[in-house]
Write a protein of this length. Structure first.
Length: 366
């Protein structure tokens, strides 16, 4: 299951620095606006300590974590939807992602230029949101009359779409992002082919100074951001781009020592990846054998055939049953045979809802 998260923000808020730390892709990062010209994409391993522990008990030839892709998109400025700065050519790249990581500057540094001359997280968010809302409004306006005409002609899907599109258009015209409308899954599915940017889930990545990372709540910029994000139900992840950049250059032993010295349990970017999973309603199941131990990403609530389809479409089409036990059972009993002997391995059919941490063997016939 391919998951992509777009990194957006004003120029010089630390987007490319954070992208580099996440992906080690070495996108250009410099102290001037519009440093990122072409969007950079990098694959990131999803941190999950369970994977290594499974491999200790079921030794494989290969260990394969789940992945997410992050897309570093050129800094947007006021007027981007009308072609200002690098213009709306980059808004299309955001449309292709599943979620948005909005990097917000929460540090003061006279040596790092701010495009608006001062640090103000809520103003910065407003600038980006306004441009994305205007871009969505343009998309909706272009398709509104043709959808309305089709609905009047008796097209049932178009009629259902108009039931959602009409209030969406009104919300956008009033400056409200689609995500703030709390549309349900069915309503969002009806307008999915419009690829509305503001319908996507958002997490805010607060780029704080290194002196604030241990206690970000003492940073007034961060506190304002948390208060704002709470109102729309979006998570805030505090990280220090400078520190994360340093961590990404270290080997595992040096990294552990550095984190210990900084009083950090893990890199802040691990929390960014987990937040991406949470806002998208994702979870992980595993397959394990002597060839490979692998993590697979699925949506919460998926049934066994859907989960099997992530491996290969043939697995879903020809699904017969799944042998399932949980990660916790493996840790408790130490081997698959012991799990079988304890009666903890279950044989499940097509209606089984997969749980986070399930370890599964699929039986199928094509």
């Amino acid at each position: 299951m391919a998951i992509a998260c777009g990194i957006v923000g004003l120029p010089n808020v630390g987007k490319s620095t954070i992208f580099n730390a996440l992906t080690s892709a070495k996108a250009e990062a410099a102290n001037y606006p519009f440093c990122t010209i072409e969007p950079n994409t990098g694959m990131v391993k999803v941190p999950d300590t369970r994977l290594a522990k499974i491999a200790e008990l079921i030794p494989p030839q290969k260990l394969i974590p789940a992945t997410m892709s992050f897309v570093d998109i050129a800094g947007l400025v006021k007027g981007a939807s009308k072609g200002e700065g690098l213009g709306n050519q980059f808004l299309g790249h955001i449309r292709e992602t599943n979620a948005i990581a909005h990097v917000v500057r929460c540090f003061s540094d006279s040596n790092v230029i701010h495009v608006d001359g001062s640090v103000d997280p809520l103003r910065d968010i407003s600038v980006i949101d306004t441009e994305l809302i205007l871009a969505d409004l343009e998309t909706v306006t272009k398709k509104f009359s043709s959808t309305q005409k089709a609905a009047k002609a008796g097209d049932k899907r178009a009629a259902a779409q108009m039931g959602v599109l009409d209030p969406v258009k009104s919300a956008l015209e009033s400056g409200k992002p689609v995500r703030a409308m709390n549309l349900n899954h069915e309503e969002l599915a009806l307008i999915d082919d419009f690829h509305l940017i503001t319908a996507k889930k958002v997490m805010y990545v607060a780029n704080v100074d290194d002196k604030d990372i241990a206690h970000p709540e003492s940073n007034p910029y961060f506190s304002k951001l948390v208060e704002y994000a709470k109102k729309e139900g979006s998570p805030v992840v505090p990280i220090c781009g400078k520190i994360e950049s340093e961590i990404s250059e270290l080997d595992e032993a040096e990294k552990a020592e550095f984190l210990k010295d900084m009083g950090m349990a893990e890199p802040g970017l691990n929390r960014v990846i987990r937040a991406g999973y949470e806002i998208l309603g994702l979870e992980t199941y595993f397959t394990a054998g002597d060839i490979e131990v692998r993590a697979w990403t699925i949506e919460k609530g998926w049934r066994a055939p859907q989960a099997a389809g992530v491996i290969h479409t043939d697995f879903e089409k020809g699904f017969i049953r799944a042998e399932v036990y949980h990660y916790n059972d493996l840790i408790k009993y130490k081997s698959e045979q012991a799990i079988r002997d304890a009666g903890a391995l279950k044989v499940e059919g097509k209606e089984y809802v997969v749980k986070d941490g399930d370890i599964m063997h699929f039986r199928f016939n094509v």
